[in-house]
Design a protein around this ligand. Structure first.
Ligand SMILES: C[S@@+](CC[C@H](N)C(=O)[O-])C[C@H]1O[C@@H](n2cnc3c(N)ncnc32)[C@H](O)[C@@H]1O
Length: 250
């Protein structure tokens, strides 16, 4: 292996190609030829903008109700959702969210930790993470260093936990306030779109919990209703498909 592989190569070795979406933000697409090849992690219209629309709503409402929410992110990918959660917490001084982030690709967790927890600017993903940080800072009116420090602090205080395969580990999840259901599609990750599993999972939500997802398939909607949520189907990012917003009625 090349001793100094560039970012593109490192992503390729992990089975991804890096792509720029229409708002210039980076996303990863699984390489064709792999068993789950072809699917991108985000909408081609904008990874950053899509994340802000879909999960920003959950954080906006969730932090208002409870400034110390338990947040679940499925899955980590490039970490847009995790960083956005920290950015929202910065609007509430003293807020101490706990973020449970699930991811099956070890390399994605390793690079994210190296950059945010250990502050290694040399990680091969640094350019990508720096782009995301800068965009978060400009959009939400914070300094990049402050956001990075808060992510680091969350790691140090064990409030940002990078976990593994969700189906294998979901039993240890006791409760949540905000659930960001950002899994691949049903075609790519059928195991994560199982009605019985999802009903059991959503039933763990606190009495003020909310769930947001870019998806709006029948399995998701039925499991949310079965777990006692009020479900709203909203216009999706760039109007191309619907998304789901659900909350406990109170
Ligand atoms: C659509 S992407 C998430 C994008 C991410 N939220 C971001 O901000 O970049 C889905 C992610 O879930 C991960 N994943 C797939 N199956 C999983 C599973 N069973 N448990 C945990 N993570 C999984 C994938 O490796 C991928 O990184």
């Amino acid at each position: 292996m090349n001793e100094n592989p560039n970012e593109t190569q490192v992503f390729q070795e992990m089975g991804f190609e890096i792509e720029k979406t229409k708002d210039n933000s980076p996303t990863l697409r699984m390489l064709n030829g792999t068993d789950r090849g072809g699917e991108s992690m985000h909408h081609t219209g904008g990874a950053f903008s899509e994340t802000c629309l879909i999960y920003g709503q959950a954080f906006q409402k969730g932090f208002q109700v409870n400034p110390d929410p338990q947040i679940v992110s499925l899955g980590l990918g490039l970490g847009y959702v995790e960083v956005l959660a920290v950015v929202y917490s910065m609007r509430y001084p003293g807020s101490r969210p706990v973020i449970y982030s699930y991811e099956t690709v070890d390399g994605l967790k390793t690079h994210f930790k190296e950059f945010y927890e250990e502050g290694k600017a040399s990680t091969q993903f640094a350019k990508t993470y720096q782009w995301i940080l800068k965009q978060m800072a400009e959009t939400y009116g914070f300094k990049t260093q402050d956001i990075q420090l808060q992510v680091q602090k969350a790691f140090k205080e064990n409030r940002l936990q990078l976990l593994g395969n969700f189906t294998a580990e979901m039993n240890s999840l006791k409760s949540f306030d905000i659930f960001c259901y950002d899994a691949y599609s049903k075609k790519t990750s059928p195991e994560l779109w199982n009605e019985a599993l999802m009903t059991e999972l959503f039933s763990k939500g606190s009495k003020t919990s909310c769930v947001s997802s870019y998806a709006s398939n029948g399995v998701l909607k039925r499991s949310l209703v079965a777990a006692g949520y009020q479900v709203e189907v909203l216009e999706g990012f760039q109007g191309k498909r619907n998304r789901t917003w659900a909350y406990r009625p109170h």
